[in-house]
Ligand binder design. Structure first.
Ligand code: TPP
Ligand code: MG
Length: 199
């Protein structure tokens, strides 16, 4: 399966191309580590995210922010598990003409939980794999704009098309499930945990 090799490059592209007053909305999951590591917030109160770490927050937040600030760029960044908790808010976005762009960071899993599983019980994976829909088709079914990006270099054009559509838009980013944090991989965490268990 092809995948976006560098989510870091996607985030730095956004850092360099979004206006300083752009609003980023996100929920919870390991994907958010890339926002904190690579994006640069240049205005007060431009990151709308839950201090409680609740998943599903980004989509309704993005609808609200685009309604409050129709002239600003609003981007929701969601994990695949995160998005599926409130992705149906696309209906509200389309109904009220809230044209923001949602990025769905699809690694096919509840990555945060899988990371904890590998660290505490290496190789013992339970209930963290996700069977996902075709996210782009899902967005189009609501009357929004939907695209799938499988290569890092295709992101910029997809983002520009999504913005130019003038509709609520979704871009699915296919991400390598092994790329679990900006600094390490699932395989490395598993190996480290296995070695620590050998007595
Ligand atoms: C409402 C809610 N349910 C469960 C959790 C526990 N939880 C934290 S992160 C996570 C998985 C996130 O998966 P995903 O959105 O796909 O992001 P990834 O870690 O894969 O990048 C879960 C289940 C939570 N924070 N909020
Ligand atoms: Mg995920």
């Amino acid at each position: 399966m092809r995948s976006v090799r560098s989510f870091a490059k996607v985030m730095t592209w956004l850092r360099e191309h979004l206006p300083p007053d752009a609003m980023l909305c996100s929920g919870a999951g390991n994907f958010s580590a890339w926002i904190h590591r690579y994006y640069r917030f240049r205005r007060f109160a431009t990151h709308v995210a839950p201090t409680s770490g609740s998943m599903g927050y980004g989509m309704p937040a993005a609808v609200a922010m685009k309604r409050l600030y129709p002239d600003r760029t609003v981007v929701c960044i969601a994990g695949d598990g995160d998005f599926l908790m409130n992705g149906q808010e696309l209906a509200t976005a389309v109904q009220y003409g809230a044209a923001f762009v949602a990025l769905v960071v699809n690694n096919g899993q509840y990555g945060t939980i899988r990371m904890h599983q590998e660290r505490e019980y290496p190789g013992r994976v339970f209930g963290t794999a996700l069977r996902n829909p075709d996210f782009a088709a899902y967005a189009r079914a609501f009357g929004g704009h939907g695209e799938t990006v499988e290569r890092t270099e295709d992101f910029a054009a997809a983002f520009e098309r999504a913005t130019a559509s003038g509709k609520a838009a979704l871009i699915e980013l296919k991400i390598d499930p092994d790329a679990i944090t900006p600094a390490t991989t699932l395989s490395a965490i598993r190996e480290k945990a296995r070695k620590a268990r050998v007595t």
